[in-house]
Design a binder for this molecule. Structure first.
Ligand code: AHM
Ligand code: MG
Length: 332
């Protein structure tokens, strides 16, 4: 008979254990940050459950409203937003919350009241795919609150290099949480049986190259010339194409397998479609921390100075070799 030890799972490091252990390396850490991650984890588990049960609970389809971007809100966009606002709203160290779904940032408390952090998120990215059970995700970023800045929008308009942490939760065939605090990238998988995100990968590295691009190629006629030439070149080089239309799912595949994700400017969206602060920046931090590259036009995404909460940027990110190939054409 097997020894009793063999019946105990090898992996019992939860997200919470991992974050607490990381914090313990810094004597000045107060534990506030780990409370924020625990709120995100609780929200993620709640949203994962809602997404999985959406058809049974009849919460698929449009909510009948538009968000600040003028995009149709799905019922689950509204639910996921509310879940995050409630879970994070209770954390005493958060000064400001901002969401893709809300026009204005929500001020919870000032620096004097202990508000050290701001959390920005896209509650349910790719939600138009929900009706067909395709992977969707939550994207989040944690910033420091500067108590000297009085205006909430100004407070959250920080460059990506200032992010304290960034991550996403992918609600796919399994629920995955990817997190960086600026010391590499960690990956966790939700074990639904015990309700915990378990640590499955430390120091995740993106493969240096992989002849795969991920782009909505139907818009190619609207792309700047360099991108069209790149696509022509990629076809000749035998590239493969994968596009889900959910940034979290598309970027997660690029992170694991390598390749390049692009959402260039188009004639419809001359400034790009994806939002800088809570979509492009968190993904750029993760990809760079995993050894990849991320650009918005000629500039590193993480160095773009935001002008407003819902600012958009073109996005090019992925394996270093693949991003450089696109840049060779796009900069000509
Ligand atoms: P959303 O935040 O309204 O869900 O939109 C963002 C999504 C991304 O997940 C995805 O990369 C992109 O929009 C797809 O756009 P398109 O349908 O134009 O290809
Ligand atoms: Mg989005």
């Amino acid at each position: 008979m097997d020894s009793i030890e063999k019946l105990v799972p090898d992996n019992l490091t939860s997200l919470q254990t991992h974050v607490l252990a990381e914090e313990a390396k810094y004597p000045e850490a107060t534990g506030d940050f780990s409370w924020i991650i625990s709120a995100i984890s609780l929200a993620g588990k709640t949203i994962a459950n809602k997404v999985r049960r959406a058809r049974l609970e009849n919460v698929l389809g449009s909510h009948g409203t538009e968000n600040v971007q003028g995009e149709v809100q799905q019922k689950l966009d509204v639910i996921a937003n509310e879940v995050l606002l409630r879970c994070l709203g209770e954390r005493a160290s958060i000064a400001v919350l901002a969401s893709e779904e809300d026009q204005e940032p929500l001020i919870l408390r000032s620096g004097k009241e202990g508000g050290k952090y701001c959390v920005l998120f896209d509650p349910l990215d790719g939600s138009s795919n929900l009706d067909v059970a395709v992977g969707v995700g939550t994207i989040f970023t944690v910033l420091r609150n500067d108590p000297n800045v009085k205006n909430a929008e100004q407070t959250v308009c920080q460059t990506g290099v200032q992010q304290v942490a960034a991550g996403y939760i992918l609600y796919g065939s399994s629920t995955i949480l990817v997190l960086t605090t600026g010391h590499g990238v960690d990956m966790f998988v939700l074990d639904q049986a015990i309700g915990s995100f378990l640590h499955v990968k430390q120091g995740l590295r993106i493969p240096p190259g992989n002849k795969t691009y991920s782009v909505n190629e139907a818009y190619a006629e609207q792309f700047p010339t360099g991108y069209r030439t790149y696509l022509q070149w990629a076809h000749e080089q035998g590239y493969s194409s994968r596009y889900i239309g959910s940034m979290v799912a598309d970027v997660h595949r690029i992170l694991m397998r390598g390749g390049v994700f692009l959402y260039p400017s188009t004639t419809k969206n001359p400034g790009g479609k994806l939002r800088l602060l809570y979509e492009a920046n968190p993904m750029a931090m993760i990809i760079e921390q995993a050894g990849g590259l991320a650009y918005s036009g000629p500039q590193r995404t993480l160095e773009v100075v935001p002008t407003e909460l819902h600012a958009r940027v073109p996005v090019l990110l992925g394996s270093p070799e693949e991003v450089e190939s696109v840049r060779r054409f796009s900069q000509e």
